[in-house]
Design a binder for this molecule. Structure first.
Ligand code: 48F
Length: 261
């Protein structure tokens, strides 16, 4: 085997990491959360040529997919979200007309792989805890990021800031980024009424329909949408999470006036 000493290994890692971080500093789109909605959005945004990075708090990806339903390793996907499964080569089994079941590990791995192959970055162990804003016109213009480990250690460390033309809150049930924007920028008039209990039949469609901009520069996708729009939850059916990611990508591509090649 080729020999390399530990100091050279360290130098390579530091240099390569810093080059990436200098590149992250300004993005077309920052997605917060590598769950199903965030990764689906990243896949479509990067496929359209947008410089897209996901910051994910945990050392992994998949968000709520991995937990399946009560830790069972299966989730349900319904039409037309199976078309996304086809695009990213996830195998599924038909249970009844328009209703399918997938393995959680395969969906997590292939969603991440599709997003990365399209050109998106997924950066683990980094939490977003604030937004950047600009006035005239008032808009969200980026995020503040911090190591998750720093937060867990409860250290007071200033973050670094990253600019973006669009920020997507794909943090799931807590809608963390929209919450902080709502609290710190009341002039944006963002209300967060919170999600309703489960009503799967209507929740899926409503979540996709209500996906989109909540304030200039700030978008909601996935379960963050149910929190902001007071929609019902749906449990372990994930079609709307994938479709919501696709829809937010389409809206941002249109808002940023990206011309498809
Ligand atoms: O929770 P999550 O999977 O959100 P989602 O994409 O999908 C929701 C479903 O999993 C499920 C459901 C569907 O029926 O009800 O709950 O809307 O993924 C959110 C990801 O965001 C990360 C978190 O670790 C998770 O992987 N996250 C949350 N807050 C932050 C964050 C933050 N402030 N900074 C970075 N990552």
């Amino acid at each position: 085997m080729k020999q390399v000493n530990e100091v050279r290994i360290s130098k390579y890692i530091i240099k390569e990491t810093m080059e990436d971080w200098l590149d992250f500093i300004d993005q077309d789109v920052i997605i917060v959360g590598a769950g199903p909605a965030g990764m689906s959005a990243a896949y479509y945004l990067a496929s359209a040529g947008l410089k897209t990075t996901i910051f994910e708090r945990r050392l992994g990806f998949g968000g709520g997919i991995g937990g399946g339903a009560m830790l069972f390793h299966k989730i349900i996907i319904e039409e037309p979200a199976n078309q996304i499964l086809d695009e990213i080569h996830v195998k599924y089994k038909r249970l009844e007309e328009g209703i399918y079941v997938v393995d959680t590990a395969e969906l997590m791995a292939k969603l991440a792989s599709a997003a990365i192959d399209a050109g998106a970055r997924i950066i683990n162990g980094v939490s977003v805890d604030d937004v950047i804003f600009r006035e005239n016109p008032l808009r969200v213009a980026g995020v503040a990021v911090e190591w998750t480990a720093t937060q867990i250690a409860n250290l007071h460390v200033d973050p670094i800031f990253i600019s973006a033309k669009a920020v997507i809150d794909a943090t799931g049930h807590d809608a963390e980024i929209i919450s902080v924007a709502s609290r710190k920028l009341p002039e944006l008039n963002i209300m967060i009424p919170g999600e309703k209990p489960a009503y799967s039949e209507i929740a899926e469609e409503l979540t996709v329909e209500n996906t989109g901009m909540v304030a200039p520069g700030l978008y909601a996708a996935g379960m963050a949408v149910t929190e902001v729009k007071a929609l019902p939850r749906m449990g372990p059916i994930f079609g709307s999470m994938l479709m919501s990611g696709k829809r937010v990508a389409e809206l941002i591509i249109s808002d940023l006036q990206i011309v498809k090649k």
